[in-house]
Design a protein around this ligand. Structure first.
Ligand code: ATP
Ligand code: LTN
Length: 339
């Protein structure tokens, strides 16, 4: 029996300051799974517009993020890499899915509650953010969505939206997607405050995030300044007081791929947290240096980058535009003659 290849979809916002959490929580999984599955990776620029953006900056960040994904090992021969706004099915699909999504589902989303609490004026699009995300995923009949822990609730909502549509219009119309969350690195915490998730939107805080673009000195400085506790015990722990040390060990474990036992053995002779911080910084610098070199090369050849993205958009549209037409049809819209 021929097994159908699984379809993978994931996205990342070009909100600037891409960081180690994005890499270890999401992008690394995308790269690792490229051979066995059919993959779509999307720079979700429309999602970034849910909070105010400077237009010139957004355009730059969108290209730069695509270059980071390629530098991290996304292979355009194996995966479809594209910019969300290049494929109009996403915005249109979002509208159609809005018409099967109760408002209460969106008001309950913790990301919406957090982000809206931080702003004076909240845009309608911020509330609708997870419906656009559902359109991204469902238009490709994705089976799996590799993301960090914080996206679990949004993927569950995509499942609910798929089921709501299938129930209302046609059984099994949409594949109901599964989140894929890594065992380590799924939730890196801020180095300046281990109670906050490491996040692009907090990366303006000094020493909060390790950005993929940070130079070795900056990386070393951020780790040296990382908030820990007043003790000296280097252990994995879910005690809130030890959250800083736990985060540093988690980063070391995720970067090196070692077991907890081997990680602790590496620090058995450490003289306090200073040694721990230095070692973690060193493995992160070794990880990021080649990525940074590759990113710089890609950014120097913007014509090639744009060519790859146009190719990706064409391939993505070939899958999602027909699915969108099917959606319109089952929902009772009149398709234009010849469609
Ligand atoms: P923003 O602050 O702009 O919302 P973000 O840092 O949360 O940005 P996203 O673009 O929302 O990043 O997320 C891209 C991917 O990175 C998602 O799969 C998300 O789950 C993952 N991710 C984000 N932050 C972390 C983190 N601290 N640890 C692990 N994974 C993360
Ligand atoms: N909301 C996601 C980004 C995102 C996404 C997607 C992730 C937009 N569309 C589709 C997975 C699948 C985030 O990481 N903040």
């Amino acid at each position: 029996m021929i097994m159908k290849k699984k379809v993978v979809f994931s996205g990342i916002q070009p909100s600037g300051n891409i960081h180690l959490g994005n890499y270890l929580g999401a992008i690394r999984q995308w790269v690792a799974g490229q051979d066995e599955k059919i993959n779509f990776f999307c720079v979700v620029d429309l999602h970034s517009l849910t909070v105010p953006q400077d237009p010139v900056q957004l355009r730059h960040e969108t290209r730069s993020l695509a270059a980071w994904l390629l530098a991290a090992g996304i292979d355009p021969e194996k995966s479809t890499l594209f910019i969300q706004s290049h494929v109009s099915a996403h915005a249109e699909g979002c509208w159609l899915l809005n018409c099967v999504t109760p408002l209460g589902w969106l008001q309950r989303m913790t990301q919406f509650k957090d982000k809206s609490a931080r702003q004076e004026s909240v845009l309608t699009a911020l509330l609708d953010y997870p419906v656009l995300q559902a359109a991204d995923i469902l238009l490709y009949d994705a089976d799996e969505v590799p993301v960090g822990e914080d996206q679990k609730q949004h993927i569950e909502l995509s499942r609910d939206i798929a089921q709501s549509f299938n129930y209302r219009y046609e059984e099994e119309f949409f594949v109901v997607p599964e989140p894929r969350i890594p065992a380590t690195g799924a939730r890196l915490m801020g180095l300046d405050d281990p109670n906050d998730k490491m996040s692009k939107s907090l990366a303006h805080r000094r020493g909060h995030a390790i950005r993929l673009a940070d130079d070795p000195k900056e990386i070393m400085r951020s780790f040296k300044r990382a908030v820990t506790d007043s003790g000296n015990e280097i252990v994995f722990s879910d005690d809130p007081d030890k959250a800083g040390v736990n985060n540093l060990l988690g980063i070391y474990k995720a970067v090196t791929g070692k077991s907890e036992e081997d990680v602790l053995a590496d620090f058995a002779d450490a003289r306090g947290y200073g040694d721990l911080k230095k070692c973690v910084a060193e493995v992160v610098i070794d990880l990021l240096t080649p990525l940074q070199e590759q990113h710089a090369k890609l950014m120097d050849d913007s014509a090639e980058l744009d060519r790859l993205l146009a190719l990706g958009a064409e391939r993505a549209a070939a899958v999602s535009m027909p699915k969108l037409a099917q959606m319109k049809e089952v929902m009772g819209l009149v398709l234009p003659a010849g469609a």
